[in-house]
Every structure is written in structure tokens, then in C-alpha cells.
Design a protein around this ligand. Sequence first.
Ligand code: ADP
Ligand code: MG
Length: 327
Amino acid sequence: MAELGEFELIDRFFRHPTRHTVLGVGDDAALLAPTPGFELAVSVDMLVAGRHFFEDVDPEALGHKTLAVNLSDLAAMGANPRWALLAGALPDSDETWLAAFARGFFALADAYDVDLVGGDTTKGPLNLCVTILGEVPPGQALRRSGARPGDAVYVSGALGGAALAVAQHHGRIALTRDELAPCESALLRPMPRVALGERLRGVATAAIDVSDGLVGDLGHVLEASGAGATLDLAAIPRPPAIDRILGESQRELALACLLAGGDDYELCFTAPERCARDIGSLARQLELPLTRIGAIEQRPGLVVVGEHGRPLTPLPRAFDHFAPAPP
Ligand code: ADP
Ligand code: MG
């Protein structure tokens, strides 16, 4: 079968009806009409085969995740996602693969009312890059810099599952099928917390999405806010498998997944203690656990209090592409 040409490929798989765009895929640039008076929130994320995902990953899940990680960044800003651009290097034009990828991508795009308005397509080692644009009422975006001493620290959902699924793939842990299921779905099909981000406008003082692990990502909030925090290890929400492993011989691995495992795409945010009731009712409305895990402090640094009230030292390190590999 002849290989699909570049433009036929774009037409077949990436031209999709738009709902709020003046001019989408097919010209030299897209034309957008942002809501007058709103601020634009813009972010870009790249996913590289072998680094961010396994080369043989299910293409539909990859299509989902390629967009999900970008939606997560807008969620963390409290912005409403509106438009996306997709730049991809593909090793070939495998139609079955492309159809599945596009299915995963557009299912999520449609669910969040995001128009794909352009992109770029080249041949090369599999690499996917999405630029996302969203809107936020002026002055209301959630930044990393607003946490204040006395604020409570919250996370949505559960942490550590995605990293645990990766550990299973690498043969470093043996999970039961029931334990693996929620971890795999966290890794392959993260749900961006867009509705939460939007509802946190005017409530949260700071927010970030947990893409590189709690210690590192909360660390960015603390640095930007010029503050510190104390967290309670027992309070950090986690899948059941983490609790089992914590009590057994692979405690280090469980702690690393929970505190420094990447790829969870939950939101970590801070809010004044007086907002606790509002946050509780928000959790019920969204049917999403929002757990208080600690508090912001004046003194710098991050302390995680473990069993018997003892601080964990050293804390597991956050993921860093350029850091030397751990021993
Ligand atoms: P140009 O050469 O002017 O940069 P291209 O040939 O790269 O244009 O792309 C043609 C059209 O298809 C453009 O509108 C571009 O935005 C769009 N496009 C290219 N690749 C993709 C893709 N993967 N997804 C969505 N739109 C794409
Ligand atoms: Mg181009």
C-alpha cells in the first residue's frame, strides 16, 4: 500500500470540525477570536517516545495523554482551554495507528470543547508537541506565587499511581491485577482537572499541576511564594498499593512514587483555612477527592512528617530530565 502523503494525512486525521474558531486547519495560520477583555493562557508540552511514554503504547491512550498533559497546565492556571496546535514527528504514516491516536486526541478535545486549529507534521522519531491556548478573566489566573503562611495545602485525586505503573513495567515491583488497574489508568489516561481549576479561581492562593512529583512541584510553589510548608505523610492520598508497599520491604520505592513520582496530573493548591468548607463542597460537586495534606509556613523549606512525628530525610528527589540518574 502506498504511503499516505503529508497533506492527505493531515486532512484525514487532523481536520476536525471546530466550534469557536474563525479559520482552522488548512491555511498558513489559524485565526482566532478571543473573548474581548479576557487574558490568554498559553502553554506548550512535548512528549518524546522512550522518555515520556513507551514506544509501543496504545495509540489511542497516547492521543488522550498528548492533549491531557496540556489541558492539565491550563487547569493549574484556572484557565478555560479553547484552542490547540499539534506538531508531530512520525516514523511513518501508519493509518491504523493514526486513526487510533486521533480518536484518543479528539475524544478529549471534544469533551473539553477545544478546537484543533493547526500544527505541523514531519517524518522522524516519534515526538509529539501540543501548544494550548485558553482564556481566563483578567487578573484571576492561579499563579504559583500566591501561597501565604497559614494557608492549607491540598491535592486532588491520588498521587503516586502513575509512577507505580512505570515501576511495574520496569519489573521493579509486582502489583496484583487489582492494584495495577488504578495505577495504569493514572499513567495512560490522566484526567486533566480543568473543572477544578476553574472553580478554584478566587479560592486558591496558588496552584500547580503535579507532573514531576509532589516534592518538586510544591517546591516550585514555595519558591515562587517565598514560603515553606509542612506536610503530613499519612494524609497524602494514594492508591491502596502504595500503602501495602510502604509497610513492606520496598518502602523507599513507595515513598519515591508518592512524593516524587511524576505523571499524576493532579492539582496541588493552597487556600486560606477559612475556605475549608467551600473546598469540601466543591469536592462533592465535582466528585473528586480534595485532601488537605499540610500547611504553608513562614520558614523556608519543605518538611514531610512521617510515622512517629519524625521528618523524612532526605526527601525523594523530583524528576529532572537533566539530573544524573539515581544510583
Ligand atoms: P505551512 O507549510 O504553511 O507551515 P503546513 O504544510 O505545515 O503549512 O500545514 C498545512 C496546514 O495543516 C496548516 O494549516 C497547519 O496548521 C495544518 N497542520 C499541519 N499538521 C497538522 C497537525 N498534525 N494537526 C493539525 N493541523 C496540522
Ligand atoms: Mg508548517
